[in-house]
Design a protein around this ligand. Structure first.
Ligand code: AMP
Ligand code: ZN
Ligand code: FE
Ligand code: FE
Length: 288
């Protein structure tokens, strides 16, 4: 998408609770500086940043939308489906249980990836130590990519994926998959709405849509920062055909790589945000 003006609500961002660079409080402060009235924090597979975010939201006069981005998929299949949960109660027990299991799996996976990199001769002792000291964090490939960049093994973040971390490369370890329908159920049990994240980034979207179109989705992330104008058009149409909401957000992770400069420039205008609120009300979901 082109940079937009008058963005009122950004319903997709990441903090240090997952792989973002800003703490939840810093993210809220930046949201205020960028003129956002509503900010959704949707860390990957964790709600650990939301308590701090809530505090900071109040201080900065920004409305927090408590959220999450669950990495879902199918065993043996390359494609993943990211499921956004918005307006969730982060203390819901099913959600907490799923996230604890996921975090543990990610911790073991991260150490496996580090070991594989050590086997091919990279000095990853410091990274291993960082990981071992933070079992409470949701560890992922971006943490490794940044380390490889810091150490000069690759010239940039992207290069770390190309050389070491993508499927088939020496550092890669597959994740255990949570089925999209499980993700949706858990989000619903937590009182939230379940939204298909960034469908335009899914390379085999037509196949994926066949697999997931029958699931009880509430919405599609139509207004996503990396969607082209034609993506926005086709997903807005798909949403209205299937009586789904359209949400929107930047996927801001802090000022690095492709995520830089996104905050405040992508998401929903005030009009689109209130369309969302009103459509939720019509469906009996109260998010106001
Ligand atoms: P993980 O959940 O540990 O598998 O890491 C997935 C995250 O890594 C994604 O959310 C992206 O932020 C990032 N990522 C995955 N593939 C690439 C890639 N080819 N280039 C850059 N970032 C990527
Ligand atoms: Zn991320
Ligand atoms: Fe995503
Ligand atoms: Fe994201």
């Amino acid at each position: 998408m082109k940079k937009q003006h008058n963005i009122f609500a950004d319903l997709h961002t990441h903090s240090t609770a997952s792989d973002g660079l800003l703490t939840p409080a810093q993210l809220m402060e930046s949201a205020r500086e960028k003129g956002l009235a509503v900010l959704g924090i949707t860390d990957h597979d964790t709600v650990a940043g939301l308590a701090e975010a809530r505090h900071a939201a109040e201080k900065n006069g920004v409305r927090l939308v408590p959220g999450i981005e669950l990495s879902c998929g199918w065993k043996g299949r390359d494609t993943s489906v990211h499921v956004l949960g918005l307006y969730i109660d982060e203390n819901a027990s099913d959600l907490q249980k799923l996230l604890n299991e996921q975090r543990e799996q990610r911790y073991h996976r991260a150490l496996k990836m580090v070991n594989q990199l050590a086997v091919i001769g990279l000095d990853v002792a410091e990274l291993r130590q960082r990981f071992e000291q933070s079992p409470e964090k949701v560890l992922g490939r971006p943490h490794i990519a940044r380390y490889l960049q810091e150490r000069g093994y690759v010239k940039d973040f992207q290069g770390a994926f190309e050389r070491y971390l993508s499927r088939g490369k020496p550092g890669y370890v597959a994740k255990d998959h949570v089925l999209p329908e499980i993700g949706i159920d858990v989000i619903h049990a937590a009182g939230g709405i379940a939204v298909i994240a960034h469908p335009g980034l899914t390379s085999d979207w037509a196949d994926v849509w066949k697999c997931i179109s029958g699931l009880p989705w509430d919405g599609i992330e139509t207004y996503y920062s990396e969607h082209t104008p034609s993506d926005v058009k086709r997903f807005a149409e798909l949403a209205s055909q299937h009586n789904l909401l359209s949400t929107g957000g930047s996927d801001y992770h802090g000022e690095y790589g492709k995520h830089a400069d996104r905050l405040g420039n992508y998401g929903l205008t005030q009009e689109l945000y209130y369309d969302l609120v009103n459509q939720c009300a019509e469906k009996g979901i109260n998010i106001a």
